[in-house]
Design a protein around this ligand. Structure first.
Ligand code: I3P
Length: 109
């Protein structure tokens, strides 16, 4: 599965609140491949290798949990992703159908 997602980093490893200056929303082209959610700055080009930034932004969704971010009301179609290392991300999809589809795909990994 792939598509555009805006990301907000809510908590860092071990659940620590992400510090100010690193909490902004950023849009990526997201690709779920195996147990990894790759977040690229530009749309996927098969001939282009992943950059160092792309690798840093990749998130393991193995043993992660995705759900609708019902407690976040500032933006629509936002899902919450809790990873196995207790990071928390918010991802805004482009429609509610897209949000549901990402949740299902991530939870079925
Ligand atoms: C954050 C940025 C986010 C905001 C967050 C700010 O600042 O303005 O958009 O979240 O608020 O800290 P920075 O880019 O300097 O990290 P919202 O869009 O959800 O308001 P927060 O600290 O209350 O999460």
């Amino acid at each position: 599965k792939a598509g555009f997602l805006a990301r907000k980093i809510h908590a860092d490893m071990d659940g620590k609140k992400t510090p100010r200056g690193k909490r902004g929303w950023k849009t990526f082209y997201a690709i779920l491949k195996g147990t990894v959610l790759y977040l690229q700055k530009d749309e996927y080009k098969p001939e282009k290798a992943l950059s160092e930034d792309d690798l840093k932004n990749a998130v393991s969704v193995h043993h992660a949990l995705a759900s609708k971010a019902t407690d976040y009301e500032k933006r629509p179609n936002v899902l919450k992703l809790k990873t196995a290392d207790w990071r928390v991300f918010l991802f805004q999809a482009q429609s509610s159908e897209e949000m549901e589809s990402w949740i299902n795909k991530i939870n079925c990994v």
